[in-house]
Design a protein around this ligand. Structure first.
Ligand SMILES: *Cc1c(COP(=O)(O)O)cnc(C)c1O
Length: 677
């Protein structure tokens, strides 16, 4: 990696660009042209003799022969079209791609009276040439700099330097409980593989958050979800951890068919500004699918990249939806070095969730019901992770380490940033808002991962005014955000129609507190020690005020959830699941007519068919099975339709039927049995 203090110290840095904005900028060193005539004057007559193909070849030879150090090399716009010469030059340092909008380039070319480009036949429209070349640019860079419209060369040079410094430092990740003075040792790939930090805390980036300006966000507006994902993730992941070319393969495989529509809920003037962001169009019909399309691929990549000599067992506690999504996505890897074990609270999840969990047939997965609640499953997993003896035994006897794939794992969180940002861009694309305009975002919150990812999107420059935290009657977070008191001792967990948010100890609140309380790990550690010891903890008035600038919170009773499902359906023909309805009830309370409100819809209603039908006044009996419930739901012809995959889920045969008592020893024994050959 290059060290870089001042511009004069630029070493082993090369530049190539979609357009030569930097060429005239005196700030950015002497640029040498790796072309026909390195160091000499450009010879036009020679060029016409060579013809387009000959030109590319000659130019590539120039690049092959170029051995530079301590320089900024401006590659020509056609250099990237020659693969082997690019490979040669890429060994010398970083390749920076100045990603400039095609129409800006065209406009400038027109002003400069440029009508054709070397390397192409005369007469081909410039537009065609640019779009043809785009693919070569996309395949040949270490760092992409997204250039906003009409940004000055100076602005862009600043961005380049910042990006290089960031890449150079690659600050890595730190635990929320690491001593304030410690520095990070963990890379992105370590963090992905480890899941939980060794000190029991959660990993967060050690450096500052990435940021896009308004002009940069605007560039992302016309793009597909996968293209947005690529650009956003590049900001979070250093190219030395996941190279953009590898990322691109994974992102395109994961999100080629990504579909996260956002639509206005009411067509009339009432609740004028409410939008529904549908996050449930994945294989298991909850929003967990969205990030889990990508995380298994990143996990596998991390194992390869770090030459991991052992297997992994991914341990997951699920409140219903995570387990299904994890099993679906990890079983598709068909990798026996990456095993998955899911613990679910046996009588706290519904029949369709259970069917999704217990019907997965793959040699690398195991599903276990626990006669307890989700908090027990989650706490047990953290306990197992902190058991050093067990860790040693698993490695020694089974050549296996443990990891996580729920939202404890950092990989899950950054992939969720994408759809929050993308929903905002979608509203811009639909001309509902202008870029930069504030919107509110309301999320039914369980483990607080979706909220936290929205906070990260906000730190990246998406102008959410408030993140609205919606709870059901397990409203510990509502109380906390409104009063600063976190009171667990006096609470029992209530079973509700929105089980995925029946959570009293949301793991990602820890990360959130770490960030908003000034990255003070002592404060965070003390908070959780006190909470664990006494079931109660509070934060100062000052800290509460800081938090309330970002988050507002409320909750709703069960009867309001049901009424909301029914009323919304009657008024709009739109049917919501109970989690979404919780968010809608809370969003209604805070909605003002001037600021659009996005409501995160986290599951398809058919996944919670019994409660949804009950809300609509259907008589429910224990004898009623899912097939007949789906028939009832279908007869309503509500929006959105029932996904085919859900219907398939309930007809698959059961593959897993183990139920165990809530004991950490028993769970440890199950792990060992599963890993035994
Ligand atoms: C997981 C889940 C939630 C809660 O999301 P968190 O990120 O854990 O807060 C909400 N609704 C549904 C349907 C879920 O599956």
């Amino acid at each position: 990696m290059l060290r870089l203090n001042t511009l004069r110290n630029l070493s082993r840095l090369k530049l190539f660009y979609g357009f030569d904005i930097l060429r005239r900028d005196s700030v950015v060193c002497r640029l040498c042209l790796a072309s026909l005539s390195t160091g000499r004057k450009f010879d036009l007559s020679k060029l016409s003799k060579l013809g387009p193909d000959g030109f590319l070849q000659a130019e590539a030879e120039g690049l092959h022969n170029l051995n530079v150090s301590k320089s900024v090399v401006a590659l020509s716009e056609s250099n990237p079209m020659h693969a082997s010469s690019m490979e040669h030059i890429s060994k010398a340092g970083l390749i920076i791609y100045l990603d400039v909008k095609a129409s800006d380039i065209l406009e400038r070319l027109q002003k400069m009276n440029v009508s054709h480009v070397v390397g192409h036949e005369v007469g081909i429209p410039m537009e065609k040439i640019l779009s043809h070349r785009q693919q070569f640019y996309e395949n040949n860079y270490d760092i992409r700099i997204i250039c906003g419209a009409y940004e000055s060369a100076g602005d862009i040079a600043d961005k380049v330097l910042k990006a290089i410094r960031k890449c150079d430092r690659n600050e890595g990740y730190i635990s929320t409980r690491a001593p304030v003075t410690s520095s990070s040792q963990a890379t992105f790939n370590d963090v992905l593989l480890q899941g939980l930090a060794p000190d029991g805390g959660l990993y967060v980036p050690a450096g500052s958050f990435p940021y896009f300006t308004k002009a940069q966000w605007l560039r992302l507006v016309p793009l597909t979800f996968a293209e947005r994902a690529q650009r956003i993730l590049e900001q979070w992941i250093s190219p030395s951890d996941v190279h953009p070319a590898d990322l691109s393969i994974m992102v395109n495989a994961a999100y080629a068919e990504a579909y996260f529509p956002i639509e206005k809920l009411y067509q009339d003037k009432s609740h004028n500004q409410e939008y529904i962001m549908e996050l449930f169009h994945g294989s298991t019909a909850s929003f967990k699918d969205a990030s889990l399309q990508l995380t298994p691929k990143l996990f596998q990549h991390a194992m390869n990249k770090t030459n991991t000599p052992h297997r992994y067992l991914i341990l997951v506690a699920t409140s219903g939806d995570t387990g299904g999504a994890v099993l679906d996505s990890f079983s598709k890897l068909e990798d026996n070095n990456i095993n998955v074990m899911v613990l679910y609270p046996e009588d706290r999840i519904n029949a369709i969730q259970k069917a999704q969990l217990t019907s997965v047939k793959a040699s690398n997965v195991k599903v276990i019901g626990v006669s307890s609640d989700f908090d027990f499953c989650q706490t047990t997993i953290r306990g197992i992770f902190n058991d050093k003896k067990l860790e040693e035994e698993l490695l020694l006897k089974y050549n296996c380490k443990l990891s996580t794939a729920n939202s404890i794992n950092w990989g899950q969180l950054i992939t969720q940033v994408i759809y929050h940002a993308s929903a905002y861009l979608e509203l811009v694309k639909q001309k509902r808002i202008n870029v930069g305009q504030e919107v509110d975002l309301c999320i039914p919150s369980g483990n607080f991962s979706n909220m936290l990812s929205a906070y990260y999107a906000m730190q990246m420059g998406i102008p959410f005014r408030y993140l609205v935290c919606a709870s059901n009657m397990n409203n510990v977070l509502t109380e906390f955000f409104n009063t600063g008191h976190y009171a667990l001792a006096s609470r029992a967990l209530h079973k509700t129609s929105s089980p995925a948010i029946d959570i009293l100890k949301p793991s990602n609140l820890e990360r959130f507190l770490y960030h908003v309380l000034g990255r003070d790990s002592d404060k965070v550690s003390n908070f959780y020690q006190t909470l664990d010891a006494s079931g109660y903890c509070s934060i100062s008035k000052q800290d509460l005020k800081r938090i309330q600038k970002l988050v507002i919170a409320d909750w709703c009773v069960e009867s309001s959830t049901g009424r909301c499902i029914q009323n919304t359906y009657k008024k709009t023909g739109y049917l919501m699941d109970p989690h979404t309805a919780v968010a809608k009830v809370v969003a209604d309370k805070f909605q003002d007519d001037h600021v659009p409100m996005i409501i995160a819809s986290t599951a398809h209603y058919a996944k919670f068919a019994p409660d949804v039908l009950h809300s609509l006044g259907y008589k429910m009996s224990d004898a009623k099975d899912y097939k007949s419930m789906f028939r009832d739901l279908e007869s309503l012809t509500a929006r959105p339709a029932i996904p085919v995959t859900l219907k398939q889920n309930i007809s698959n045969p059961e593959e897993h039927n183990v139920i165990i008592q809530p004991s950490i020893t028993r769970i440890a024994n199950e792990i060992k049995a599963f890993l035994s050959p």
